[in-house]
Design a protein around this ligand. Sequence first.
Ligand SMILES: [Cu+2]
Length: 493
Amino acid sequence: MDRRSFIGLVGAGAVLPSGFPGLSKAFQQTPRNPLRRAVTVSGEGLTLTARPARVDAGPGLVDAWTLNGSVPSPTIRLLQGQTARIDLVNQLPERTILHWHGLAVPQEADGHPRLAIDPGETYGYEFPVLDRPGTYWYHPHTHGVTAAQTYKGIGGLLIVEGDEEDGYELPSGEYEIPLILQDKRLGGDLSLAYGVGMPHDRMHGYLGDTAFANGVADPTVDVRRSRYRLRILNGSNARIFDLGLSNGDPLTLIGSDGGLLEAPIRAERIMLGPAERADILVDFSARQSGERVMLRSLAFEAPGMMMGMRGGRGGRGMMMGMGGPGQGSELDLLEFVVQDSPAEPGPPPPTRFSTVPDHGRITAATPRRTYTFNSSMMMGSGPTHTINGKTFELERVDERVPVRRTEVWTFVNESELPHPVHVHAGQFRVLSRTGGRARVMAWETGLKDTVLTMPGERVDVAVRFVHEGLFLLHCHNLEHEDMNMMLNFEVVA
Ligand SMILES: [Cu+2]
C-alpha cells in the first residue's frame, strides 16, 4: 500500500464510530469519542484556514477558533525527506502565525512572532522534513495571544513517517490513536471562554477543570482486545500530566518528542509537561470485554501551589478553587471501554530500536551557556516571569550561537513553579539533571525539544542547530510564554 492510500484509509477510518455494541450505547458514546476528530491530511499542497467556528465538544456545540473548521486541527502526515508546502490563511479577527513544534525548519518557516500575519493575509510555508519519524505538533505562536489562540482550539499533530519505523510491526491504522490531551474550563453554558485576569492564572498558568482529548470533553474510546499505539501530546496551556492507567498496568514507552527511543521502556507513570509527547503501546488483549480502563493524570507533588500561602506574596484566594483542580491533582483523562472481540495479543514489542542520534562527544571544552528561569510576584505589578533576568523583546537578539556546533545548555529553575523549557530549531539530548528529581527520566532518554524543569532543578542538554537564523527559547507554560518568558537566539555562520 502506498503512503497516500494509507492516508486516505486512516482519514476514512477516523470518522467511523468504533463498534456498535447496541444502539443506545452507540448513541451515548459517539459524542464522547475523540477519534472521529482526527482528520488526517498530507503536508503537500495543504491549505489551513484559521477561522472561528462552532464545533461539537461532546456535550454540545462550543465557540472555537479552528483551522479548516475542525478542533483539533487536522493531523498532518509528513514523510521524512519530503518538502512540506502549507499555506496559512488568516480569517481570524486578529493576527496569527503557526509554529511546527519540534521540527528543524528554516527561520522563515518557524513561526517566529515577528512573522505573524494580519486578518485577510496568507503565509506560505515551505520546508524540508529533516526530522526523524515521530510525533510532533503545530500551534499558534502569536506573541501575547499564543495561549488564547491555542486554548480556543488551534493546534494539531504532525506525524512524521519514514523507513526508520519499518519492520517493527508497530500498531497502525485503527490501532494507532493520536491524542491531544488538554484541560479546559467548561462552563455550565458550554462556554470555553479564556481569560487570565486573576493573578493566580498569570502566575501558575491557566488550569482547567475538564479533560479533553482531541477537542472532546470527558472522552471515551471503544477498543478491541488488542494492542494499541497511543501518540500522546500534552496540549495543555499549563497543566502537567503524570500519565498512568487505572488498573495499574505499566505503559510501554517507545518514543518521545523526537521519535523512537533506543529500546522500549516500561513505566507505571510518565510525566509530561505542556508540549511534551509520549509514544506508548498499551495492550488490552488480556482485558475482559466490558472492562473500563482509565488513562489518568496521577496525583503528584506540585511545588509552588502553596506559594501564595507560604511566602505571603499573594492574596489568600490565590490557590483556592481558581479554575478547578490545582497542579498535581489527580484527573481522569480518557476512558477506554474494552469491546467484545477476540483477543489479539500481537507480537511482543521489539527489544531494540535504532540508535538515537546524539550531538557529538561532550568534553570539558564543549561551549556552555546557562539560562536561569525565575517567577516572582511583584507588589502592584503582579507576576513576572524572566529568563536570565530579562523579559522577551521581539527584535532583541539575546544569544548568538554558531551553526553546526555542539553546545551544552543548562536550564536552571530558580523559581517555585515548574517550567517546561522548549528550544526551537532542532531536537536536543538531555544529559543530566541535578536538584529536585536529580536524574534523567526514562521518557527523556530519546531526542527532546521540551524538557520539564521543577523548582530547584538544573538540567543540562546538548544542542546543535543546522539552520542559520533567528529562533526562540521559551517556557511552554503558555501564560508564562505570553508574559515574556522567552528569548531570541540567532544561529550564525
Ligand atoms: Cu514557565
